[in-house]
Design a protein around this ligand. Structure first.
Ligand code: SAH
Length: 220
């Protein structure tokens, strides 16, 4: 273990207990991943002491690392099993990609902003997560060469569900995505594909940064 990591074991265990378990996160793989990953590696230096706080944090370029509970909940909603492939749209800090990787998934992650993409790659590599595949691109178009994906998780909110993502979801498959007609306020939607049929479940209101792209919002 890295020496600096020792200082954060206690806040991390408290985060798991008070923010995840207490609010209904039961998936053992999600709890294990978030209980062991150094979230403080994924935030800007000045915010390290607040890395395990119960809120999203700015990571630069107008973007955020999601609140721990939101990461845990979305990962649990995927109902994923080790060995499945997952496409993440919005690498951001790389934290959620690392959680998915620790859960045993084969991770493909797309980010549209070059500086975040570069930083996340460097971070994930330094943690030894060489197998996470990353791409600098518009994730509303998915990653056609790597499709289909057993699971898709979108970490930014657009006006609807991008057609390319619905197409690139395997059958059976599950996608978790925030969507809504208003910027900054969405419904968290779970899309299930099974036997050629698509079912959508509204899982409550959320607030994500903009999904910007071909099938998202235009840049402000
Ligand atoms: N999962 C991230 C959260 C990042 S916030 C984490 O754990 O830190 C959402 C990210 O989505 C931002 O980095 C933003 O730049 C990115 N994003 C927005 N629209 C996108 C698009 N069309 N394709 C790929 N990434 C996008």
């Amino acid at each position: 273990m890295h020496f600096a990591d020792m200082d954060y074991r206690i806040p991390r265990q408290r985060m798991v207990r008070e923010q995840l378990v207490a609010r209904g996160i039961r998936d053992a793989r999600v709890l294990e991943a978030m209980g062991s990953l150094p979230r403080h590696f994924f935030v800007p230096e000045g915010l390290v002491p607040t890395a395990y706080d119960d809120r999203p944090l700015p990571i630069g370029h107008g973007q955020t690392i999601s609140q721990p509970w939101v990461v845990g909940r979305m990962c649990q909603m995927l109902e994923a099993e080790p060995g499945m492939s997952v496409l993440e749209v919005g690498t951001g800090s790389g934290y959620q990609a690392a959680v998915l990787y620790r859960m045993g998934l084969t991770v493909f992650s797309v980010e549209r902003l070059r500086p975040l993409y570069m930083e996340a790659r460097e971070r994930l590599t330094s943690l030894g997560m060489h197998n996470i595949r990353t791409l600098l691109s518009d994730g509303t178009l998915g990653w056609p060469e790597m499709a289909p994906f057993d699971r898709i998780i979108v970490a930014a909110g657009g006006p609807g569900i991008p057609e390319a993502l619905a197409e690139q979801l395997a059958d059976p498959g599950v996608m978790v995505i925030p969507a809504g007609r208003q910027r900054g306020a969405q419904r968290l939607v779970r899309v299930r594909k099974e036997n050629g049929r698509v079912n959508m479940e509204d899982c409550g209101s959320v607030a994500f940064v903009d999904l910007v792209g071909n099938c998202g919002w235009s840049q402000k």
